[in-house]
Ligand binder design. Structure first.
Ligand code: UD1
Length: 415
């Protein structure tokens, strides 16, 4: 297993190019199942999670080739099963459920288990699929869904679920009649998926708001489309500029997807200004501590909570970081404390007392975003930090050590 070895204390300066968004690429690649023929998608990031969904799609019998541009020929789908071995490595594998039921009338998808950040059930995906008329059974750890023809329905999500909204949107595009998704998630990745589905011939309105209306059509055609930039990767580099008092041009990002973060970072004393093709993020000499509460989009992203906590751990006062989306997303806290951070967890909040400096330590990545927070902490820590289990970070950040090295960081991957 690879590890990172980082010497902290280097200010980060220069340009970084943001890759395509993992969380948009995954549902968009799954959407190819809906349209017989070859769909082409550009700006696909080079990530372990992308390799996993490609394996999953191949396993269903579709032809798939390419890297940054991926071509998927879904003329024939020969299987309808997403096996446990693939789903257990990536929960987002459940995204093939909606398209398979819509296209084939049946699907057998392993139930994802819990993960490091909480129980993460898929009950809302299942209930909405039943509302569309599917018969769903849970057998031997698998979701087995069948429907001769899905029927449009008025659906209400108890919680705005991102992959749930995507899954059901993909199921409803081929249903008979009109589907309304109420309290749907509003993330930009959902808008990206809806745009792709529309270019396949789907009739969708309201994506990006909490009510999405879908008029079912009888068939779809293949699409050619691009993936939006990764707002979480962009945000991670912005926070890195703040932590290291650096100056980073974040190129290729979409500033309108980053408003909650930009506002928060300005409150900490950072300067964030538009530059051609992106944003310039400049750290100040002093880091003002601020409170942060995660919320569904357009609120502050839970996927940036661990990173902002690393930042606040070297702030000049007290910060309360409250997690409202996932119940157990504080795995990074004990690792940050091993680097000298002063953090107390109280229920769903972490109380972070800024310390003058962090120090290098041996640490272990526990999940994708937690590993990004350790990396940020290591970049400002005095001395050497080792981060083991970096396969977590490889799931969601493309060539992260190369991107940080190009900005002046001293970071090595040890095989
Ligand atoms: C997606 C993102 C993930 C991000 C999360 C929240 C992808 C591939 N992953 O995950 O990076 O952290 O959104 O922004 O896009 N819930 C239920 N029942 C369900 C579904 C969800 O109770 O059937 C709960 C979850 O446990 C969680 C909340 O709803 O507390 C939101 O989760 P959800 O939006 O579904 O997250 P994911 O789509 O899994």
């Amino acid at each position: 297993m690879d590890k990172f070895v980082i010497q902290g204390g280097k200010p980060l300066c220069g340009d970084v190019h943001v890759s395509g968004a993992k969380n948009a690429a995954l549902p968009v690649l799954a959407s190819a199942l809906l349209a017989p023929g070859t769909s082409t998608f550009h700006n696909i990031p080079d990530l372990v999670d992308i390799k996993t969904i490609k394996k999953l799609l191949k396993n269903l019998g579709v032809e798939i080739e390419g890297g940054e541009t991926v071509r998927i020929n879904a003329e024939k789908i020969t299987k309808s099963e997403a096996p446990y071995e693939l789903v257990k490595t990536m929960r987002a594998s459940v995204l093939v459920l909606g398209p398979l039921v819509a296209r084939l009338g049946l699907a057998r998808v392993s139930l994802p288990g819990g993960c490091a950040i909480g129980a993460r059930p898929v009950n809302l995906h299942i209930k909405a699929l039943q509302d569309l008329g599917a018969q769903v059974e849970l057998n031997n750890g698998y979701i087995e869904a069948r429907a001769k023809k899905l029927k449009g329905a008025d659906i209400y999500f108890d919680i705005p679920t991102v992959t749930g909204t995507e899954n059901i949107m993909m199921a409803a595009v081929l249903a008979e009649g009109t589907t309304v998704l109420n309290n749907s998630a509003c993330e930009p990745e959902i808008v990206n998926l809806a745009d792709v589905l529309k270019s396949m011939g789907a009739k969708i309105s309201g994506a990006g708001s909490d009510v999405i209306t879908i008029e079912g059509v009888t068939s779809l055609v293949p699409a050619e489309a691009s993936i939006i930039p990764d707002r979480i990767e962009a945000g991670t580099f912005m926070i890195a500029a703040g932590m290291t008092s650096g100056e980073i041009n974040i190129l290729g990002c979409n500033p309108s997807h980053l408003e909650a973060l930009v506002n928060k970072l300005r409150d900490t004393g950072m300067k964030i200004t538009p530059v051609p093709g992106g944003l310039k993020a400049s750290g100040g000499t002093k880091i003002r501590s601020v409170d942060v509460k995660t919320l569904p989009y357009p609120g502050f992203a839970t996927d940036l909570q661990a990173q902002i906590m690393a930042y606040m751990s070297v702030g000049d006062g007290l910060s309360v970081v409250t997690e409202t989306v996932f119940e157990n997303r504080f795995m990074h806290v004990s690792e940050l404390m091993r680097m000298g951070a002063d953090i107390v967890i109280q229920g769903g909040s972490a109380i972070v007392r800024g310390v003058p400096a962090l120090h290098g330590a041996q640490t272990m990545a526990t999940d994708l975003r937690a590993s990004a927070s350790l990396l940020l902490a290591a970049l400002v820590a005095r001395g050497t930090t080792e981060i083991s289990r970096v396969y977590h970070i490889d799931r969601g950040y493309q060539a992260i050590e190369k991107k940080f090295s190009a900005l002046g960081a001293d970071i090595k991957r040890i095989k």
